[in-house]
Design a protein around this ligand. Structure first.
Ligand code: ATP
Length: 565
């Protein structure tokens, strides 16, 4: 037994478990540096010692951290700590720090049965928005399933776990990685099931499975084993959703069937066109039942079992409930040994075909970075995309720029880049707040230093006479101590002038004048003048040593009174 370090890398405090997945445990936690709640995914300890899994875990973090979109769970950081077990052996603790999503898994929502059409459309729309963004960033998810989608308390969609995503553009992928079977059987695309190379259209298929499941309460293909399910993905035509649930509109039937086409070229070619089709169903344009059945035979052929030959090899697949862990394990190697060389050829051909597809215009030779400062991040993504550039979001606290708006980019506007380059977009997180420190009683220099170190600015300093306070002592501030204010706020101070105001006390009795002046904390001396006559029983001030007006505090003043006869 080893204990998880309670604070990872001195920064992330681990609290209670909020979920467990196939390879990791997810905790609620806090980023102690930024003081924000986070979710921390810690790789299971048996896997933490496995270099292949640690690499995969790191790849997940790298792929996901490149993406910042409201429909994708944000990855803030990744790292590795260490824990010492009871056996005295130190083991690595790899972890990923993510946005903490408060909500429910789509899987749990579906568990209650078919989901109303309006909600279905909204959820699928959100998933496709996330995929549209990730595909543009060159990342295929490869494991879209209701267990990887959260619905927030506000009803928003958050796609997570780009755990087995690979950067499409990552030329370092080996053949083994490209052909490995990864994903979850119920949501496999046929090409994943066959261990073929996949592109973004595999995510279109898996989203089609999720759409189907939302509409009818179960996925299109079920079986005793993952092999049986994979077999159906390759060779069986799905039943139209409306035949299982007659409340499903035909328009959505047609969309789901198109997304579930076996041949990637027969599917929506990207998330955006799938999304357009889903949204169009809300307009009420429904195809007839006949059109739907024509579509079915068009997409799946009169006898979809013609693919049975290809699928036969799938029977040899492992009976694991999820194939996620088989990536580097023996079953995959065993199954695909015979097709290894073929796979190399297929991949080469696939890459060659993709690179010369006529509908993909060759990239222009240069892109100029547009000026997106001040725009919302969403608008900036679009503007950069129009210039064939990819936005990479970086949040930054900023008091001047409104929250969610772009502060600056790197490279800056007007710089020329190769198309598809990344542009770092710094987005304002709004104003950081600070607490007003103790100021009362401090000298002005000390108060100025306290304000500066709290991130505040000294404003107007006004002076007030106060007999008891040395000059410069803070009497009051216009922001109370402990108030939480935006960083950079100005604080105005009232400080002691170090002076008091005396009036003309001649003609007053010496007793009354002394009382008044001592109240101002002045040192009062009296002096008799016998050269001038006094007609009063109580002596009266004839002159004062300090003229009326402001004098330094604690000054000495002499009152002269007549005592002659
Ligand atoms: N950012 C998050 N905010 C809140 N809860 C989360 C977050 N990430 C994960 N969870 C919870 O933790 C569970 C496990 O997470 P996840 O599925 O990512 O783990 P995994 O080990 O990568 O899973 P998989 O089996 O797909 O490989 C999720 O089902 C979800 O309930």
């Amino acid at each position: 037994m080893t204990a998880e370090p309670r604070v990872l890398s001195g920064r992330y405090r681990i609290d209670e478990v909020i979920g467990r997945g196939g390879m990791a445990t997810v905790f609620r936690g806090e980023d102690l540096t930024l003081g924000r709640e986070v979710a921390i995914k810690v790789l299971d300890r048996d896997l933490a010692n496995d270099n292949a899994f640690r690499t995969r875990f790191r790849l997940e973090a790298q792929a996901a951290s490149r993406m910042a979109h409201p429909t994708i769970v944000r990855v803030y950081d990744a790292g590795e700590d260490a824990a010492v077990g009871d056996d005295g052996v130190t083991r690595p603790v790899p972890y990923i720090v993510m946005e903490l999503v408060k909500g429910r898994l789509l899987k749990d929502i579906i568990a209650a049965g078919p989901v109303p059409v309006a909600d279905t459309v909204r959820y699928i729309d959100g998933i496709l928005e996330a995929l549209e963004y990730s595909h543009r960033a060159g990342v295929i998810h490869r494991d879209i399933k209701p267990g990887n989608v959260m619905i927030t308390e506000a009803g928003g969609v958050k796609v997570m776990d780009f755990g087995i995503a690979r950067a499409v553009s990552d030329g370092s992928s080996t053949v083994a990685e490209t052909t490995a079977i990864i994903g979850t059987a119920s949501y496999f695309s046929p090409e994943q099931a066959k261990g073929e190379p996949v592109d973004a259209r595999a995510d279109v298929y898996s989203t089609g499975v999720v759409l189907y499941e939302l509409l009818v309460g179960r996925p299109p293909f079920r079986g005793e084993t993952p092999v049986a399910v994979a077999y159906q993905h390759v060779s069986e035509a799905p039943i139209a959703p409306s035949e299982v649930n007659d409340t499903v509109p035909r328009s959505l039937d047609a969309v789901a069937l198109r997304a579930l086409a076996k041949d990637p070229y027969q599917r929506y070619q990207d998330a955006a066109s799938f999304r357009d089709a889903v949204d169009a169903t809300v307009d009420g344009r429904s195809p007839s039942k006949r059109q739907v059945s024509t579509l079915t035979s068009e997409l799946y052929g009169p006898n979809p079992r013609h693919a049975a030959e290809t699928a036969r090899s799938l029977r040899q697949l492992s009976t694991d409930t999820t194939m996620t862990r088989t990536q580097a394990g023996p079953p995959v190697a065993w199954i695909w040994t015979g097709v290894g060389i073929l796979a190399v050829l297929l991949i080469s051909i696939a890459f060659w075909v993709f690179s010369i597809r006529p509908d993909e215009a060759p990239p222009t030779s240069a892109s100029t970075v547009p000026d997106v400062t001040g725009m919302t991040y969403e608008r900036a993504i679009e503007t950069l995309a129009e210039a064939e550039l990819l936005a990479v979001r970086i949040n930054e606290e900023n008091a001047q720029v409104a929250e969610g708006n772009v502060i600056r980019t790197d490279p800056e506007a007007d710089e020329t880049l190769v198309p598809d380059s990344e542009v770092r977009v710094y987005v304002s997180e709004g104003k950081e707040t600070v607490t007003v420190p103790t100021l009362d009683g401090l000298g002005q220099d000390a108060a100025t230093a306290a304000l500066e170190s709290a991130g505040l600015e000294l404003g107007i300093v006004t002076q007030r006479n106060d007999p008891s306070l040395p000059g410069g002592t803070v009497i009051s501030a216009d922001q109370p101590e402990g108030a939480v204010v935006p960083i950079g706020s100005t604080v105005n101070l009232e400080v002691a002038s170090g002076r008091v105001t005396i009036t003309d006390v001649t003609g007053y009795t010496v007793d009354a004048a002394t009382r008044d002046l001592e109240a101002l904390e002045l040192a009062v001396l009296t002096q008799e003048d016998t050269s001038c006559p006094s007609s009063n029983a109580d002596p009266v001030v004839a002159s004062q040593s300090l003229a009326p007006g402001d004098v330094p505090i604690h000054s000495e003043i002499t009152l002269v009174y007549c005592s002659g006869t």
